[in-house]
Design a protein around this ligand. Structure first.
Ligand SMILES: *Cc1c(COP(=O)(O)O)cnc(C)c1O
Length: 821
């Protein structure tokens, strides 16, 4: 194609005409791709071959619109948003793309004409698990929403060869295996060899005659771009997810090889490969290893070089950078970007420090995701200096500037100034990445109202006093295309009947369901859909772990990373107490329940892994006890990931969101469940607070200590052993677990875990037990009046419009990035 019109002539940009997508055309194209791209005859093709062929046909329908979106942004000289994230927990892409393109029916027909089942193919697609949990999933929902609400955006991250480990459960213990999503190739990605950048580490810093700094790195690698198109709802816009792969400068050191050093000859290649090889599996804890810092710098440097190249190609000058570029840092993992952007502007583009600093701050914004001290990133100064000597200088320079601004106010004590420094001087000196991100950004946002509030009062209290306009809130959201339309097509269809065809672009329309919440006929249809989804989940349980569960029981589900603050332990202890009560009082009219757990523990997190073992030990004991056969079952489903969530969420009656108040920044699992008509039992933590405001106090079950009460108990000291002594049910459950009732042959297995509750109970498990147990009995009561339950469930679906990630993205776009009107 020849480019005749000048690129900035908007009138010469006709939208691409849609390709024919009737079933006959699709079938013919699939056969064509199979033959000429994959080189297989239909008779010899494997299911993976068919999946690849179908994916390529869908992909072609994205590409025209993709190029159009890119050209349009260029022509309009629009501001571009760059979302930098070490994690993108995308899951599968085929159904997402097919739904957003509106191709589902025709593709299913085309494949079935070819004798292939779409659903079987869709299940073969591996999950792109390039993230740990909520933070990575948020980045994925945001990418989809940015395309859907027409924000010109690029996601930047790392193309990990191994995403989050695959979890198997052996004898009740978590066992980790490498995840290999790329083993059959990845038909969604386009390698862009022409977009490669050099990335340096180590070495030394000199100055030339003009006092310009020359950094000579000791190690050098290449970052190569791999692009995946992200299709918005109804394909309005297609954005790019650009992931970087590390390559050696030279594939092999031939000199060494010829001299007989065959291993040494590949040294650079191996070191490069390590950079983008594995995702760090820790959630909410600082990895602290050198390779992690290398990964962070690697993808930030490549991304920023790419951003500046694109900008300069269009505008010739960096002076308007902040008008045309918005960079969002997803947590501190990309915080080294502050120093790297300064370096590129000063050392490569010859800008003075003051100008570079001003531009950096106006361009960069930072999202904070955690208040947990163990998760706040910091790097030992000697390590940082050895690896990034020039950046270390720049950070000291920034620090001097910031601390000067602090001192002239005369408003801060020495202690406060020490806390605001980018360098932690207590003991071994460390670079504080949170402070670096704060200092280098014009906007710092939290991810729920409560979290933003706590941020102002705790980690960034002093910075907030210095720069009172910087902190703002952007409550998280989820994309309704994936978490309603795709995961729960029957509920989506029912919602459309009542709320119209625009719910996916305007989720607030779901409000219309309020009018039918108490309508018996509607309730019956709503319940039938839930029942069918529970049937599918029961089939999955049978299939994966061989256990029979009955879809008439209440499906009570807690799925998320395993962490003490998320309090799976509270849920398990209450399950044990319930089990005791059911056996002691069989005459009572118990609500039958299936307790579901799923989630991965960081491989190095001892207590989290022990909690998985406890869930499995308790499950085994309860599931084999005929006394509670029809009343209680416990299920631990291995290998929680996005695709498993897509089956479990629509099949839930009760959603467990029971973190210690003040510790969950937002949560997004909570939103997925409520949207799909589950009731929430939860604490006043993260976005639960706003969910309560939206669905109404009567439609959510809230229990337990508030964040302020938790804080006070920790500050003033509390007495968990007295609490335990005062609660016979809790005491009995703890004694049973502690004394080895669930771990015969290893009686001491849970001694320390339970002992910790008696002595410190940092996460308020004992302290919240009574409130939790009585909230659960309240839930039992609701279950016995289905009309009440269903009305509540319908109101949850109806009132979740606020939690669409489209709303979140529009707020970022207007209030932080300055795009959209
Ligand atoms: C939504 C989601 C999460 C986040 O769940 P929370 O309950 O908010 O912690 C984690 N992992 C996966 C696979 C998800 O889909």
């Amino acid at each position: 194609m020849t480019q005749t019109a000048p690129m900035n002539d908007v009138t010469n940009l006709p939208r691409p005409t849609a390709r024919e997508s009737d079933p006959t055309t699709l079938a013919a194209e699939i056969t064509e791709r199979l033959t000429y791209r994959i080189g297989k005859d239909a008779a010899a093709a494997t299911e993976h071959d068919w999946l690849t062929a179908a994916t390529l046909v869908v992909r072609d329908r994205i590409v025209d619109q993709w190029m159009h979106s890119t050209r349009e942004t260029y022509a309009k000289q629009g501001k571009r948003v760059y979302y930098l994230s070490a994690e993108f927990l995308i899951g599968r892409l085929l159904r997402d793309a097919v739904t957003n393109l509106g191709l589902m029916e025709n593709l299913q027909t085309a494949l079935s004409d070819l004798g292939v089942d779409y659903d079987i193919l869709a299940e073969l697609e591996p999950d792109a698990a390039l993230g740990n949990g909520g933070l990575g999933r948020l980045a994925a929902c945001f990418m989809e929403s940015m395309a859907s609400v027409d924000v010109p955006a690029y996601g930047y991250g790392i193309r990990y060869v191994h995403g989050l480990f695959r979890q198997d459960v052996r004898d009740g213990w978590q066992v980790e295996f490498p995840e290999t999503w790329l083993q059959h190739g990845n038909p969604w990605e386009f390698p862009r060899r022409e977009s490669s950048y050099e990335i340096g580490f180590g070495g030394h810093v000199n100055y030339d005659d003009n006092d310009t700094c020359i950094w000579t790195p000791r190690e050098r690698y290449m970052a190569e771009a791999y692009d995946t198109p992200i299709v918005g709802w109804q394909a309005k816009r297609v954005n790019t997810l650009r992931l970087w792969k590390a390559e050696p400068l030279d594939p092999i050191r031939l000199e060494a090889f010829n001299a007989g050093d065959h291993i040494g000859a590949l040294q650079d290649s191996n070191k490069a490969e390590a950079l983008s090889r594995v995702l760090y599996p820790a959630d909410e804890t600082l990895a602290g290893q050198e390779l992690r810092l290398r990964q962070e710098y690697f993808f930030c440097s490549a991304s920023l070089q790419d951003i500046l190249r694109r900008h300069l190609q269009q505008y010739d000058s960096l002076s308007n950078l902040a008008d045309k570029v918005a960079i969002q840092l997803n947590d501190t993992h990309p915080a080294v970007s502050v120093a790297e952007l300064m370096r590129l502007m000063m050392d490569v583009h010859g800008m003075a420090f003051d100008d570079a600093w001003d531009l950096t701050k106006r361009t960069i914004a930072y999202t904070n995701h955690t208040l947990l001290p163990e998760a706040l990133e910091s790097w030992a100064v000697p390590l940082f200096e050895r690896m990034l000597p020039r950046h270390m200088q720049i950070i000291f320079q920034i620090n001097a500037r910031v601390l000067k601004e602090v001192r002239v106010t005369n408003a801060f004590s020495d202690e406060q100034i020490a806390a605001m420094s980018l360098i932690d001087e207590n003991g071994e000196r460390r670079v504080r990445m949170g402070n670096l991100a704060f200092a280098g950004a014009h906007s710092i946002n939290g991810v729920s109202g409560l979290h933003t509030d706590l941020m102002k009062k705790t980690v960034f209290a002093d910075y907030h006093k210095l720069y009172p306009l910087r902190i703002n809130n952007k409550t998280n959201g989820i994309t309704p295309r994936r978490w309603l339309a795709q995961a729960n097509p029957d509920l989506y269809a029912l919602c459309r009947e009542v709320a119209g065809d625009d719910i996916l672009s305007d989720l607030d329309q779901l409000k219309a369901l309020d009018t039918v919440a108490e309508d018996a006929a509607f309730q019956e249809r709503f319940r039938a859909i839930k029942r069918a989804n529970k049937g599918k989940l029961a089939d999955l349980v049978k299939d994966r772990i061989g256990l029979t569960v009955h879809p008439d029981a209440m499906f009570d589900i807690q799925i998320k990373r395993i962490h003490e603050y998320k309090r799976q332990l509270l849920n398990i202890i209450e399950t044990v107490a319930l089990y005791d009560q059911m056996r002691s009082h069989p005459e009572r009219n118990w609500a039958p329940r299936v307790k579901f757990f799923a989630g991965k523990a960081a491989p190095s997190y001892h207590n989290a892994k022990l909690i998985i073992k406890l869930a499995n030990d308790v499950a085994r004991a309860i599931n084999r006890d005929p006394a509670v056969r029809d009343l209680l079952r416990v299920v631990f489903l291995p290998n929680y990931n996005v695709s498993l969530a897509e089956v479990m969420v629509p099949g839930a009656d009760l959603s467990e969101q029971i973190s210690t108040a003040g510790m969950e920044a937002s949560g997004t699992g909570n939103m997925k469940f409520a949207l799909n008509g589950a009731l929430t039992i939860g604490t006043l933590d993260g976005a639960n607070v706003e969910m309560k405001e939206n669905v109404g106090d009567d439609n959510i079950i809230i229990f337990g200590m508030t964040a302020a009460e938790v804080e006070a108990a920790r500050r003033d000291g509390h007495n968990p052993s007295a609490i335990i002594d005062g609660s016979p049910e809790l005491k009995q459950a703890l004694n049973a677990i502690e004394s080895g009732v669930f771990s015969p042959g290893d009686e001491h297995r849970y001694r320390d875990l339970i002992g910790g509750l008696r002595t410190s109970d940092w996460f308020m498990v004992a302290a919240d037990f009574e409130a939790y147990a009585s909230a659960q009995r309240h839930v039992d009561g609701l279950w016995k009046t289905p009309a009440t339950w269903d009305a509540m469930a319908i109101r949850n679906t109806a009132r979740m419009g606020y939690f669409s990630s489209d709303r979140t993205i529009r707020q970022y776009a207007r209030e932080i990035w300055g795009v959209l009107d």
